[in-house]
Design a binder for this molecule. Sequence first.
Ligand SMILES: *Cc1c(COP(=O)(O)O)cnc(C)c1O
Length: 399
Amino acid sequence: MTQTDIRSDLGLRPIINVSGTMTSLGASIVVPEAVAAVSAILPQFVEIGDLQKKASRVIARLCGTEAGFVTASCSAGITLAVAGAMTGCDLAAVERLPNTEDLKNEVLLMTGHMVSYGAPVEQGIRLAGAKVVPVGQATSAYGYQLNGAINERTAAAVYVVSHHTVQYGLIPLKEFVEICHARGVPVIVDAASEYDLTGFLAAGADIALYSSHKFLGGLTGGIVAGRTELVRATYMQNMGIGRGMKIGKEGILGTIAALEAWEKRDHAAVRERETRYLQLWEQTLSGRPGVTPIREADPTNNPLDRLKVAIEPKGAHITAWDLADALASGRTPIIVRDHEVEHGYFYLDPCNLHPGQETVVAERLVEELEKARQSNEIIATPLEGRRNRSSQAIMHWPD
Ligand SMILES: *Cc1c(COP(=O)(O)O)cnc(C)c1O
């Protein structure tokens, strides 16, 4: 932790992030290599096409593929890759988007992958002018359904790898790719927050998309990686709908630097540090009435464990969501991972902490749990209001 904190100058709360990599909290801690590269390039002019060629080589090497480039976000990558699959390298068609009248414009997406990462995946597809064709049902999809959805207007298929999606009953990537490729349909994988840079392309995906600002610790940006022909058609969208999704020199170089740092990072040491944090929190919480800490592996097999904190209100004298809210308030706000809190638990994610913050988290947990135990009544506010808080808050922004 630095001594001076720009957040206090700005009047912003000095939050500690144990929720993971969240756009709404500023994504991740940008690695020092990217910070240095960004300050070095900001005062200089560069030929962006050449900088993107350099990015292409670094992305190709790290992702074990042919080509790549950097765009504004992974979300932008979804829209541009779908656009590229529709237009190919036809610049006139690139300029006509989102008009797709004379193009193949159907994009397949399993219903179980129709999730929101803060915005709907399917909207990212529609933004290119494509029509989303759902495959299967919410919790099931079969090869015959995918095959049956392919026709002469099919431009691409999108496959989402994420903890957000339904985690069972859907078509595995390998089978998905086989079916699509047998019918000449390219597969675009949204792997925004997956650590595995090579596996999805190795499984046959034509394009894989990643966020620069998530596990890589780069600037806000999106990485497009894959087969040269489709990556080129995707890159061309910068002369069309991609203009509004533009990334600057700092974002491109920041991504290159973050990728190179990722290659050199001592991943075992990072894992060890995160494990120490989890052990500390586990020890802090075990034996406390109504609190059950359980270490859990990441649902999509990223090399990352989290601590699940299950709260039994009778014993703890507080609900999981009221504890999460109590932690998030006060002079040292701790933001936990609370997207399943209605089930009576939240998670502590160790991946975005500065050294020393793990102790603050432990202290705040003890403080709030002891305060709750001293309360005569169980602290239990209705969940309904809490769920709608963010959509209500935006109605009043900027007040
Ligand atoms: C975060 C995320 C995105 C969006 O990535 P951005 O780079 O923030 O636009 C898309 N898909 C999934 C699965 C994500 O987790």
